[in-house]
Design a protein around this ligand. Sequence first.
Ligand SMILES: Cc1cc2nc3c(=O)[nH]c(=O)nc-3n(C[C@H](O)[C@H](O)[C@H](O)COP(=O)(O)OP(=O)(O)OC[C@H]3O[C@@H](n4cnc5c(N)ncnc54)[C@H](O)[C@@H]3O)c2cc1C
Length: 380
Amino acid sequence: MNFELTKEQEMTRKMVRDFAEEKIAPRAVDIDKHSDFPDDLFKEMGKLGMLGIPFPEKYGGSGGDTITYALAVEEIGRVCGSTGLSYAAAVSLGASPIYYFGTEEQKQEFLIPLAKGESLGSFGLTEPNAGSDAGGTQTKAVLEGDHYILNGEKCWITNAEYARSITVTAVSGKRDDGKNIISAFIVPKDTPGMKITSPYDKMGVRGSNTCEIVLEDVKVPKENILGDPEKGFGQFLHTLDGGRISIAALAVGVAQASLDRALAYSKERQQFGQSISKFQAIQFKLADMAMEVELARNMVMKAAWLKDQGKPFTKESAYAKLFASETAFRSANQAIQIHGGYGYMREYEVERYLRDAKLLEIGEGTSEIQRMIIARQLGC
Ligand SMILES: Cc1cc2nc3c(=O)[nH]c(=O)nc-3n(C[C@H](O)[C@H](O)[C@H](O)COP(=O)(O)OP(=O)(O)OC[C@H]3O[C@@H](n4cnc5c(N)ncnc54)[C@H](O)[C@@H]3O)c2cc1C
């Protein structure tokens, strides 16, 4: 067993950390305050190869692994949850399914621009009446000659306004046992009949682009179906397993930021004639935060390592996502507590961490769904 990062992993982490601290961190407050999607930063991240970390060079990527990608998500999440979510969704939900399941033509046409960061990836699964129960998808795809005609509605889809193409799921037929067949379709954004708006006023991750998509008689060529049409459901479950590692990494970033801020503040703030870091009640909070951040990071690294080794990682990615997201929420909450009244003020930023952390317990499978996945893996 070896807990050391490779030279390449260390180098990428440093590159992303430098970029995050120099370019993203100074804008994090405004990104949140004005719900301002930082399109220009993503263009720069694209040029640095950050959008293509886990993809081979022949598809425009940097040829890195899942561990390197998770380190990058953590570094971005440490300075800005909104940018971290947009980044994780672009790579894990937008580009990855095309890499895993796409034909060579689809990879050439759709994956390469995503890996190079020329466009952002977006994945539309959730619907107003199908959230945790994704099998309840109501969007329909009907084959007419060489095209599928899509009708339906998707909600809370990250990055859709900044994507050149969006992968959406739809019911494309019925199996012999009467259950719906759900397939995924790559829909170029300029396809007539697809309307994308971002009408939501969010609690946290306010600078991420969250969209409603209405599909009305959207005509998609048959060759834009992603992977095996009969196995669309299994494919997106695999995509979500991978995505959970990135949400967990993002949560570790938010939790680490909460710890860093709380520790620094506790050393500065004087009460009763000494810094509050001298009080055991504060020390115990910091000790618990530090321990949980370390445990969450280790779980993220293990899940990423298993994925890189081609071993099963469903249970471990659920462990990582569940533990890290709940750690992020607890750490942000304690960071506010350690800041006292100042923590309740926007100026000190820790309240933003709490608002951002809450999303991580909901998106890409709620905490309840993660517990169900783990229980199923235990054979319950
Ligand atoms: C900011 C943001 C960005 C998002 N980005 C995307 C995206 O890019 N693409 C995408 O497809 N989706 C996206 N989502 C949607 C997200 O994945 C869903 O919100 C999530 O899966 C939960 O679905 P729901 O909101 O419909 O909740 P519901 O499924 O209605 O759940 C409500 C509550 O019931 C619980 N519950 C549901 N079923 C069970 C059960 N069987 N047992 C016990 N408890 C249960 C849930 O855990 C939850 O507490 C995003 C959401 C947000 C808020």
